[in-house]
Design a protein around this ligand. Structure first.
Ligand SMILES: N[C@@H](CCC(=O)N[C@@H](CS)C(=O)NCC(=O)O)C(=O)O
Length: 213
């Protein structure tokens, strides 16, 4: 099985997939899609993903887009280690937390939307907009952890919730969000940071990161 990931070093959605691939020990070929050069809008990339977004994972040449669909695919292709709890309620909690980021935060601070906001309302509005939705979503995430967290977001094993949270925290800092009121989130973050898979998936470790070429 040949896996190829179309990614950008600082893309949070791509980062989720990189974490899952690393946790499952799956080898893949990395293809950089430089968003700032509009490489995601070329015909070649639109053929892979008509939304013009990353990540895209190809499996023996067949492209799959949407990071949550890719995470689900990886659960089936490589079930061990599982990145979702077996117990139905805990599984739903992990997916709900992942979707808090995927559906509730990330779309509001995605590059394409921010470019439109800046054109309409200026650079300061762009940053304030991003910060507002990240703050709101992470506050909800923190509140949810009171009922779900152990060592990680849901119990004591890494799940999709952690995989989605960590890249979002990186973006939160880029937007200047104050994370000091999120102690449970920060505790999970420090545990994830100690795991080799999370280290390997970090933007700074990617071939297209500045200084890596
Ligand atoms: N829901 C999608 C979101 C994908 C997404 O927004 N990707 C960003 C990078 S993190 C992107 O390609 N942005 C460029 C654009 O939308 O023009 C997923 O989870 O894969």
């Amino acid at each position: 099985m040949k896996l190829e990931l179309y990614s950008y070093w600082r893309s949070s959605s791509s980062w989720r997939v990189r974490i899952a691939l690393a946790l499952k020990g799956l080898d893949y070929t990395y293809h950089a899609v430089p968003l700032l050069e509009a490489a995601h809008l070329t015909d070649a990339h639109l053929n892979r993903n008509p939304m013009g977004q990353i990540p895209v994972l190809t499996v023996d040449g067949t492209p799959v887009s949407q990071s949550m669909a890719i995470l689900d695919l990886l659960e089936h292709l490589a079930p061990t280690p599982s990145l979702l709890p077996d117990a139905p309620l805990k599984r739903a909690q992990a997916i709900a937390l992942a979707e808090t980021v995927n559906a509730g935060i990330q779309p509001a601070q995605n590059l394409a939307l921010l470019v439109e906001i800046e054109a309409l309302a200026g650079a300061a509005a762009r940053k304030a907009w991003g910060r507002k939705w990240i703050d709101k979503g992470l506050a909800a995430f923190e509140a949810s952890l009171a009922a779900t967290a152990g060592e990680f977001c849901v119990g004591d094993a890494v799940s999709w919730a952690d995989i989605c949270l960590i890249p979002q925290l990186y973006n939160a800092r880029r937007f200047g969000c104050d994370l000091s009121g999120l102690p449970r989130v920060l505790a999970v973050e420090s545990r994830c940071a100690a795991l080799p898979a999370f280290v390997a998936a970090h933007p700074d470790q990617q071939p297209d990161a500045p200084g890596q070429a």
